[in-house]
Structures are given as structure tokens and as C-alpha cells.
Design a protein around this ligand. Structure first.
Ligand code: ZN
Length: 655
């Protein structure tokens, strides 16, 4: 395991908290140590209160932050004496513990301290690092895992048997640590959970983590070497995935995104002959259960999975005194020999996290098998983690999800103007968005955020349309909302001068390519969990054409008629299709300040008068059109199809 410590870098960090941030990020940079918010770190120091008194302080990672990107403000300062006093209580519920941790915080606005804060306080060393390192988790999840750990580390680590994180774990540590720690102790292994290392400096604690985990990795490389799978080609019919997504979403009670990984590692794992046995033993470390559920779904039988989940809840909830709220019974991990690893979540980020966790889990399982058999915690222990009262409390506090959470929108002509504004409007409402444009700028419009996929393509090719839909399915599982915005507005030309080629070009882009995308997207929209919605960006020129725009006006009028027929044909599939007719939207690429000034002068107006040349004297922006478009896909329009709405500030030829 690579040691990333750099003395020159480290020496730039002058105080203990800055050092703490530096080495926490080194841990976070290695996904074999820490994955998506897992693990935590702390440092003990002194802070000064408002009375000028020094207070012994534990700076511990707050909940909700990630070691890879952690900042000084993500560490919560808590009173060390309060932590130690809490550890001496006979009993404390985790809900009460969480409240006491919050009360011991020196800043009322700080995030909640990690639930492992008391444990950090109990270890007398100044710097304490905690990870859920894959190598440690692998070895401890085997039948003779504890013996192997003791062989490997001797008296350098203390071993704690599995206890659920929270007060009970802190209590166990309070009992074992002082009894067993010696001058040689540099770490502590928590069975089926992870590892702690500690030291008097940030470097010492970090070095010890790398040394201990490195030793476990070397052991695995000798006793359970993993040969990475390569060269396995996916052979899936991706257009079957939206149907599976609909079933999974129905089981959940709300729409979920599905993200598929058909890389060699995922396919090879899904095709293991004993997959049914090895993938049904449980997660590698119990905190994964919150994201992945206890078991993946093997294959596509959602009903059987749902029933098994309900049985598991019934069986285990009986033993708990307080009434529990059952989580939705839909899977979060699906293992399929054709789709590979499919992860489900309410946001694209969630699906990405689930995928990362399970890719690590696969390797842990395979190595555990080579080491004599992968074993996870028992059902009851895992249930207590999944239905931990702290998690149940979080559910009660969680606000309503965004309007389009778990849904997918595809916007054409997304690189600029109304299309770009539509992408933003749908992202704001929680949708994952696929933006398509012939302009390659569409690809990097939003950096690499998980909920945006930009595809540069020419929609006049039906093959390209099919490829776009396949990518949409592989990234997000299907399609719920389609915004047909791409189009061209050629320069003004009288009919007497309008050539066939120019006419056909406008028709091909503004009309024909929309037919192709509607036809190919129809089965996806039909399989949308809350039924498909389509919004067509028409034009004022449909109800009120202008001279010199024959091809454009005719193409938009034909597109409008196409949409009206679709409303009639697709109503039986509960797909809604509506139109907006914008006019005079000037914040788009074609309206440069020069062109605007020219047109305004042509009509004897100022630019501002020209922009507001409508009944209401209001300027209409791309954002106005985009917001209306998004709302037309929402609940307000749930009983409307085939409607045409002008968005033009009022036009006397349209009214
Ligand atoms: Zn932990």
C-alpha cells in the first residue's frame, strides 16, 4: 500500500487541525481505505472559550463530510471531558448519545459529531485514524478471520469482536483498550468493521495505518491473489433495462435511476457459477447496508426480491420494542449476467456511490472465498444496522424529495439558449439530464457531475438517435421526459427565392429528426415509472407566421401537428405531450448585440423597447421558457395533453 505522505507538503500545515486535514485527505485519496464518507479521524488539542479559559478539545470528523475532500470546518470541536464522562455511563441509547455529542460541541452551528466520537476520545493518542480498509474487512469476514488477524499483527493491535457502532462499541473499547494496550500497541481492529491506528503526530498515525493495512494486503496477495478480469464484452439488450427500472420503481413506490456497469470485473462477477451463494451473504461492512441493502437482487425477479425483503423485515422487526418504519423493499444492487452490475438510487450520485461500494464488495467476496469462504455478519446484526434508531430518526427528518428525483430528462439542442436553460431547470428539480447537441460544447457543459450526460450527435441520423437512447439507458436506466428543442432558423427568404434543398434541410432538422427520436423513445417513455412526458418547443410562427420564414414556419407547424397526433396515439400509454410557442427570446446564440441593435433600429425602437414589444411589455428569456417547460412535465400538468401554450408576453396576432 502506497504511503502518500510528503514532508514538504506536510510542513506547510502549521497547526494541528491543518495537519489533521492534510493526513485525513491522504486516507481519503485511497479508495481501498475509505469510500464515500466511510471512516473518520480526530485530533486532540486545546481551544480557548469566550472567558479566556483553555478547554481540552477533541476535533472529530462531523457527519456528512468525506475524508477525500474534508476541510477544517468539517471537524467538530467537542469537550473531551464530556466524551470521557459519557463513556463511563452504564447505558445510553444511541439517540441520547447523538444528542449528548451535539451538546458537547463548542459551536452550536457545527455539524453533528461522528457517532464514533467517544471511541476517538478514549484512545489516549493525539491523532486517531479510522478506516474500513478493504484488506482488513476481507480478512475479518472469513471463518477464522480473528486468528488470521492475530497472527498477522501480534500484540501491535487490539482486536475487538463485532459490536454495532455507537455507544455499545465505545463501551467495549472503554473496557478493552486500557486492559490490553501496551507500548507496542499501534492500532485496533474491529471485526467485520474496520481498523483504527493512532500516534502522537499526524504522520505517525498515518504511517501506522499504511503499515498495518499494507501488511494485510501483502497477506492477501500471497494467500488470496486476485486476478483482474479483462476482455469480457457486454452482450445485453439495453432496451430491456427500462422495463426492469419500472418494476424496481414500482416496488420502491417512487422513481429510481438505474446505472449499469458492464465492465469486465462486473460481468465476470455476475457470471460466477456460484454467484447465487457468494452474493447472498451480506455486505462487507455493516455501514454499507444503508446504501446497498443487505442483499443484491440476482437477475430480474423483482417480485421475489420484494417478497423476501418484506419477510426479512417481518422476521427481524418483531424483536425490536419500538415500532419501525419499513424501508422501501426495492433492491439497490442488481447483479445480472447481461447487464452486469446495476445500481439503483434516487439520484445519479447515489447510484454512483452504490456502484463504487459494490465493485469493492465483489473483490472482497472473491478474496474471502479464496481465503476459505466469505462470511458476513448475521441477519439480525445487519438488521439492527439497517434499522438503527439513528437511521430511523434521519428518515423522519428528511424533507420531501425534489419534484423529478429519480427521473431522467433528455433535452435536444442543449448547448445554448432555451435548450441549455431547460437542462438547468430539470437539474434544479432533481432530474438526471441528458443534453444532446451537434455542438461538442454540450459534452463538458457541467463538468463531470453525475446527473448530467452531454452527448454531441447529429440527430438527423436514426442510428445516432438509437445510440443516444442506449447511452441514456446505460447511465440512468430509462427516460421519463423528452424536450424536443433542437431546430434551425435559417435567414429570411421569400418563397420566390426558396430552393428545394434549403426547404428540405429545414424540414429534415426541425421535423424529420423529431419524428425519429419520438418513435425510438416511445417504448422508453411508455416504461417510465410515472409515465412519459414530452414538451415540444414550437414557435409563435405556428399560430402567427411571418413573411420570409416559410420553411421555418411550415416545419414548426408540421411538428405541432405531429405532436398533436402523438398526444392522441400515446394517451393510452399515459404519455403526455404538450407544446410551448415562444416568441422573441433574445438571450440565445443567434441574437448578438449587433443583430439586436440592427433589428431595433429597423423598427425605430430602442433595444429595450424592441425586446419588450408585446402586450405585457415583458422581456421573455430562455429561463422563462425553460421553467414553463419543466413545469409542464410536473404534477400541475398531470391531466393535460395536446395543449399549446404561447410564451411571448402576449402577442396581438396570437391572442
Ligand atoms: Zn467505522
Amino acid at each position: 500500500m502506497e504511503n502518500l505522505w510528503n514532508d514538504t507538503e506536510a510542513s506547510k500545515h502549521k497547526d494541528i487541525l491543518a495537519e489533521r486535514v492534510y493526513s485525513s485527505r491522504l486516507l481519503g485519496a485511497n479508495t481501498n481505505l475509505v469510500l464515500h464518507g466511510g471512516g473518520n479521524t480526530s485530533v486532540k488539542g486545546v481551544s480557548r472559550n469566550i472567558f479566556g479559559e483553555d478547554v481540552d478539545t477533541l476535533f472529530v470528523k462531523g457527519s456528512g463530510s468525506d475524508l477525500a475532500t474534508i476541510e477544517a470546518r468539517d471537524f467538530v470541536a467537542v469537550r473531551l471531558d464530556a466524551m470521557l464522562k459519557l463513556s463511563r455511563l452504564e447505558k445510553l441509547s444511541d439517540i441520547d448519545m447523538a444528542r449528548e455529542l451535539k451538546l458537547a460541541s463548542l459551536d452550536p452551528n457545527a455539524p453533528a459529531p461522528s457517532v464514533e466520537a467517544i471511541l476517538h476520545a478514549l484512545i489516549p493518542h493525539r491523532f486517531v485514524d479510522h478506516t474500513h480498509a478493504d484488506a482488513i474487512v476481507t480478512i475479518t469476514n472469513t471463518a477464522d478471520g480473528e486468528a488470521r488477524i492475530r497472527d498477522l499483527f501480534g500484540d501491535e493491535v487490539i482486536v475487538l469482536s463485532y459490536v454495532m457502532p455507537g455507544f455499545d462499541l465505545a463501551k467495549l473499547c472503554a473496557e478493552i483498550y486500557p486492559a490490553q494496550a501496551t507500548v507496542r500497541t499501534i492500532g485496533m481492529v474491529l471485526m467485520n468493521h474496520g481498523i483504527f491506528s493512532f500516534g502522537d503526530t499526524a504522520k505517525q498515525a498515518y504511517d501506522r495505518m499504511i503499515t498495518l493495512v499494507g501488511r494485510a494486503e501483502d497477506y492477501l496477495n500471497t494467500h488470496a491473489p486476485l486476478v483482474p478480469a479483462t476482455g469480457i464484452e457486454p452482450a445485453a439488450n439495453w432496451f430491456e433495462l427500462p422495463g426492469l427500472r419500472k418494476k424496481v420503481s414500482t416496488a420502491a413506490g417512487f422513481p429510481l435511476l438505474l446505472r449499469s456497469n458492464a465492465g469486465s470485473a462486473a460481468l465476470s462477477f455476475a457470471r460466477q457459477p456460484d454467484i447465487a451463494a457468494i452474493a447472498q451473504r451480506g455486505p462487507a461492512t455493516p455501514d454499507h447496508i444503508i446504501r446497498t441493502k443487505r442483499l443484491p437482487m440476482l437477475g430480474r425477479d423483482v417480485e421475489a426480491y420484494t417478497q423476501a425483503y418484506k419477510n426479512y423485515f417481518e422476521k427481524n422487526s418483531g424483536a425490536v420494542k419500538t415500532p419501525l418504519t419499513m424501508l422501501d423493499p426495492a433492491p439497490r444492487v442488481i447483479i445480472d449476467p447481461e447487464f452486469g452490475l446495476v445500481s439503483a438510487g434516487r439520484s445519479a450520485r447515489d447510484t454512483q456511490i452504490v456502484e463504487d461500494i459494490y465493485l469493492h464488495t465483489q473483490d472482497i467476496i472473491l478474496r474471502g472465498e479464496k481465503l476459505g469462504g466469505y462470511r458476513a455478519l448475521g441477519e439480525a446484526e445487519l438488521f439492527s444496522m439497517e434499522y438503527w434508531d439513528l437511521e430511523q430518526a434521519k428518515l423522519k427528518k428528511a424533507g420531501a424529495p425534489k419534484a423529478f428525483a429519480g427521473e431522467v430528462a433528455l433535452v435536444t439542442g442543449a448547448a445554448s439558449g432555451i435548450g441549455k436553460a431547460c437542462v438547468q431547470a430539470f437539474l434544479n428539480r432533481g432530474a438526471a439530464v441528458v443534453g444532446v447537441d451537434i455542438n461538442p460544447a454540450v459534452v463538458s457543459l457541467y463538468g463531470d457531475r453525475a446527473d448530467y450526460l452531454g452527448i454531441a450527435a447529429d440527430l438527423s441520423s436514426t442510428d445516432a438517435v438509437k445510440e443516444i437512447l442506449e447511452q441514456t439507458i446505460r447511465h440512468y436506466g430509462g427516460l421519463d421526459m423528452l424536450v424536443l428543442n433542437a431546430g434551425i432558423f435559417p435567414g429570411g427568404k421569400k418563397i420566390s427565392a426558396l430552393g428545394n434543398d434549403e426547404w428540405r434541410k429545414v424540414m429534415a432538422i426541425n421535423l424529420d429528426s423529431n419524428l425519429a427520436i419520438m418513435r425510438e423513445a416511445h417504448p422508453l417513455l411508455k416504461a417510465a415509472p410515472r409515465y412519459g412526458r414530452v414538451v415540444v418547443i414550437g414557435s409563435k410562427n405556428v399560430p402567427a407566421p411571418g413573411p420570409g420564414a416559410a420553411a421555418y414556419s411550415a416545419s414548426k407547424a408540421a411538428l405541432t401537428q405531429l405532436a398533436r397526433v402523438a398526444a392522441l396515439e400515446w394517451g393510452a400509454d399515459a404519455i403526455r405531450i404538450n407544446l410551448v410557442h415562444p416568441n422573441a427570446v433574445f438571450d440565445t446564440g443567434i441574437w448578438t448585440p449587433e443583430v439586436l441593435a440592427q433589428r431595433a433600429a429597423h423598427y425605430g425602437m430602442t433595444v429595450d423597447e424592441y425586446k419588450r414589444n408585446n402586450v405585457l411589455r415583458e422581456e421573455v428569456s430562455s429561463k422563462d421558457v425553460a421553467e414553463l417547460t419543466a413545469e409542464m412535465c410536473g404534477a400541475l400538468f398531470s391531466k393535460i395533453t395536446g395543449a399549446q401554450i404561447p410564451i411571448d408576453g402576449g402577442n396581438d396576432r396570437v391572442i
